[in-house]
Design a protein around this ligand. Sequence first.
Ligand code: HMG
Length: 429
Amino acid sequence: MTKKVGIDRIGVYVPGEVLAAEKLAEARDTPVAKLKAGLGMHEMAVVPPWEDTVSLAANAGLRALGSDVSPDEIGLCIVGTESGIDHSKASAIFVHELLGLPSTCRTYEVKHACYGGTAALQTACDWIASGSARGRKALVIATDIAKYPPHSAGEPTQGAGAVAMVVAADPTIVELDRRSIGVFAGQVHDFWRPLDMAQALVDGKYSLDCYLDALAGAFADYRGQIEAAGELPQGEHVVLDGFARFLYHTPFPKMAWKAHAMLAPKDWQSNAARAERLGEDLSAAVKADYDERVDGTLWASRRIGNTYTASMYFGLAATLEREAAALVGKDLAFFSYGSGCCSEFFTGRVLPGAVSEAEGFGLEAMLDARRQVEIEEYERHHAEAGLRGAESPEVPPADFVGPFFYAGTVDDKRIYQRAAAGALVAKAG
Ligand code: HMG
């Protein structure tokens, strides 16, 4: 019998600074309505010089382990990121050191644009289900800094953050369905970042089409598996009714609307009686369905921006933080998209333990506690990111919660330290 596997613990982390949509709109002479209503962006995470994808990942990982999971229980650590810190060295090995993971823990980084976090999660589930884990757990971390050139169309969709997940047999939060997983992959040039570039190149409008094509393809694959397994009720052709919430990869919140407005009618129309009943009310029905099953998943994304690999998992954490009790026993649909492209449509069931776990995420409190920055400070951080020398005068403020931070690069080697109780304590160097 297939083992029950899934997400046992979740830890979230966002950098400590934020830029309001109003400030970016004013500086770029853009109507703020375009950012807020047009894209769904209300605030954007800003990365100070002492944070990078490694420190974000380690800080999320520490929260996921919490006091319940000992580092010694972790036998696999995978970091999914597309904004890693080295062409060769895995960000995961820095995380391994900072979290005190055992030397017997298989540790590596994966990349496939925003899909990397899901690739890591599915690998971890398979590792556990296969028996290779021998009772151990996996730590999967999706961490990214989404960066486009200032003044570009992509600029308002930037963001940063990390979501860490402990993956285990008989999980506490979400059991992931291992039987039916829809996949769609194919080579497209919608978004990429050549090796010598710090910022992504994107064919913006085309990337929206690629995302929607991949969603249609992955869902068709999923649907085919459900049908082949005879899991649709007699005479019924609608698959999506069974899901309480849809967690779409969210490069900007309006994309989730575009995704649902394409997918839901496609599914409903596969049932002739349903299609006839909806008739001219189709767009009103789609809007009502989006309001009920999608909109509530996006509140954190509106305040953080795109976090690439972590974006869909921030949606999961945000949804559970507000609604776990109402969702226990219900199924969630996930659509993960990584440009280039590879995507998956998969599902999971919310478990009773999600209620108490979600009380400890602290996502909204973390977002509320961030320091608001002005446009000049955001632009300076944007230009200087990754260039921090060891003598940098900028250090984390006394109220930095981290606790891990990037302390600079010496002899081309990156150094991370730990801040404890307001005082900075050297961890590595
Ligand atoms: P843009 O030039 O800002 O687009 O680029 P726009 O002029 O079409 O405006 C956007 C929306 O604002 C439109 O709404 C306008 O109508 C509306 P829509 O028609 O789409 O519903 N608008 C207004 N609304 C209210 N008041 C106003 C107003 N003016 C306009 N005054 C684009 C938008 C998303 C293309 C750009 O931001 C971009 O290139 N972003 C980066 C690429 C991206 O996010 N692609 C998403 C799909 S690919 C993906 O998800 C993968 C990714 O995460 C990377 C990875 O996998 O690693 C990116």
